[in-house]
Design a binder for this molecule. Structure first.
Ligand code: DGL
Length: 288
């Protein structure tokens, strides 16, 4: 099934952004090639993963849902995050999607295993802090992992650290309060850099070799982190790897679209859909 371009549809930097989920048509529930790919985050952070997915598979349609009303997830309990994630995925299922990316490290550690058990027919890809490339490229170095308190508390993260801790010094840093700057559109401001200077003072005095951005909001303050810590620090995030993994999974499930010449569309939904939030979503997707 092909789609009709709606009036509201915009084309920015070659990306079609549509405001209307009905524009996908009535597609039924079982995953099919012409369904959109669902991308979920606690807020706008997952757009750092979405933009890599659009680059990787520009012919696909994407439905991005940010739960900004309930954000932050990182300071909630695992059970709360699991309930919020499941209730959104139920909606995706009703709308008809062919794959799911949980573009949130926090929701991945809380819910991805249970989601896979509940929806075995749906390719589901989560995201975890990019510790592996950071350690591999900085053997014996000091690797700072910035993530939400929940991600750092969870067993999934402890297992990840255990796998690599003999190869580098891995330093976990819970960063409560940082994602809020991105949600408020305050990346790149003096305010966020002041917050980062206080959060990272120890690593300004005793430098690290690498920083892993273990929360999908943080790539939007990557240049602020770089400014605060200095140019010598290498910064890693998992967005590209996740986009590639999603592509592999969709291909393996036989769900990739046949027409690679079409330009897919992106629809944004948010639980706090103010004008400024929706404008921020578009801005973050289109920014380099
Ligand atoms: N974007 C989410 C992540 O990757 C977390 C932000 C939040 O605390 O809600 O972990």
């Amino acid at each position: 099934m092909d789609y009709m371009q709606s009036e509201e549809e915009k084309s920015k930097n070659g990306i079609h952004i549509s405001e209307d989920i009905d524009s996908f048509g009535d597609l039924g529930k079982e995953p099919q090639k012409d369904h959109p790919i669902a991308v979920f985050d606690s807020g706008v952070g997952g757009i750092s993963v979405l933009r890599e997915m659009v680059k990787e598979m520009p012919w696909e349609d994407f439905l991005f849902y940010g739960d900004s009303k309930n954000a932050p997830y990182g300071t909630k309990t695992k059970e709360e995050v699991r309930v919020l994630t499941f209730s959104r995925v139920e909606e995706f299922r009703k709308e008809g999607v062919k794959a799911l990316s949980v573009a949130c490290n926090t929701a991945t550690s809380a819910a991805v295993r249970a989601l896979r058990q509940t929806y075995p027919d749906l390719p589901i890809v989560g995201i975890e802090p990019a510790v592996k490339p950071a350690v591999t490229e900085n053997p014996g170095g000091r690797v700072l992992v910035m993530a939400t308190p929940m991600t750092i508390r969870e067993e999934k993260f402890h297992k990840l650290v255990n796998r690599f801790q003999d190869q580098a010094e891995i330093i976990p840093l819970p960063c409560a309060g940082l994602m809020e700057f991105v949600e408020k559109g305050k990346a790149g401001t003096k305010e966020v850099r002041e917050f980062l200077r206080q959060l990272l003072w120890e690593y300004i005095e005793h430098p690290v070799d690498a920083v892993v951005l273990g929360c999908t909001h943080y790539p939007f303050v990557r240049s602020d982190i770089q400014k605060v810590l200095g140019d010598q620090v290498k910064i890693y995030d998992g967005a590209k790897g996740t986009a590639r993994e999603l592509h592999r999974r969709i291909r393996a499930a036989g769900l990739e679209r046949d027409d690679k010449n079409r330009i897919g569309r992106v629809v944004f939904q948010n639980s706090a859909p103010t004008k400024s939030k929706m404008a921020l979503c578009e801005k973050l997707l289109c920014q380099k």
